[in-house]
Write a protein that binds this ligand. Sequence first.
Ligand code: IMP
Length: 420
Amino acid sequence: MKADVLLGLQWGDEGKGKVVDVLSAGYQVIARFQGGPNAGHSLQFNDQKFILHTIPSGVFHAGKMNVIGNGVVIDPSTFAEEVAMLTGAGFPPQENLLISRKAHLILPTHRLLDAASEAAKGKTRIGSTLKGIGPAYMDKTGRNGLRAGDILRPDFRERYETLKKKHLSLLRMYDYPADPSDMEDAWFKGIEVIRRFRLVESEYFLNRMLDEGRSLLAEGAQGTLLDIDFGTYPYVTSSNTIAAGALTGLGLAPSRIGRVYGIFKAYLTRVGSGPFPTELHDEEGERLRQQGHEYGATTGRPRRCGWLDLPALRYAIMLNGVTELIMTKPDVLTGLDSFKVCTAYRIDGKETLELPHSLDEDIVPVYRTFPGWKEDISQARHFSDLPEALRNYIGFIEKETGVPVTMISVSPDREAIIRR
Ligand code: IMP
């Protein structure tokens, strides 16, 4: 059996939580492969809304196994809050969640270092979620990190103190006044919560599952344009958000990958700093923000809004080997007389379809204008229920990218999905 991958093709917030929740019905195992509590995967069903940060979005389906892979960074405090939220809502995850022993831990001092680093950057700050993601991955690659499996070692506390000491000296270097002690109690309680879960060598588990013919969905976080290598560096997150990240973040060989679902919004958003060639600074952008409830699921920050960027979408499709596209939030465009799509960039007077080394360059988007539609599409369940203008827009994207749009989400609810 092959593993399928679902990931975001933009700057995150494409609606992965909902789509994984919908797709989970068809998979036996759902595994998160990178990122951490910087993610906020929103799901909505039975008039209830849930936001998951670390736990895979398959957790609401009985009988599915969920895995936090080795590529994920776990903050024990956030993890414990998520477990409490799920338990309170009637979905206790103890039985159907496994945690990789190799997943790294985010320490309270990682969060402080994130804040110190951002403060030191001043105007050039990344706009990080301040969840300690960057510093935790730095310790991972710097070979100083603590892993989930370390919590079972008798000298765990000592290892924690050693790393904390190093962090405190770095914080002094930043001249950043910080005391982690008020966060430590919740953190160590979180460690006790993690202890109640099965810590496994998840690479063995997942490969065994595939060998036994079980279906596996790998769930990405953030989006391709936030990838550490291919995103809008340095305004990116600290992990590989692309399909390759599913290999290293779960321990799967390239030949193990089957379908790659690429999810994108019918327009574009970004939260945090960094270039955004099709950003709208006018009332049209504000309208998208209001209609689309474009406020960060993790930080509540208003998201920057703009038109769909096809050069960036094509780039993401290439990097990920996307086999199927999933469009979300076309309902947000409902009511517009017309809307735009960027089909190329003009740089120094020359048109190009490729992303330059830095999107900071003077890029003038080349737009094509599409007619809008007025009909409410939130109840549409078949492609033929959609207004012609939207069907044409989808057809245009398929032609431009060469990839079929196989699912369209028309409102946040689990049921509101069109499959083709
Ligand atoms: P960090 O990963 O928290 O360090 O944030 C780095 C950049 O990625 C910032 O611009 C964040 O706003 C952005 N970012 C991180 N996680 C997400 C996400 O899940 N959705 C959208 N943007 C994100």
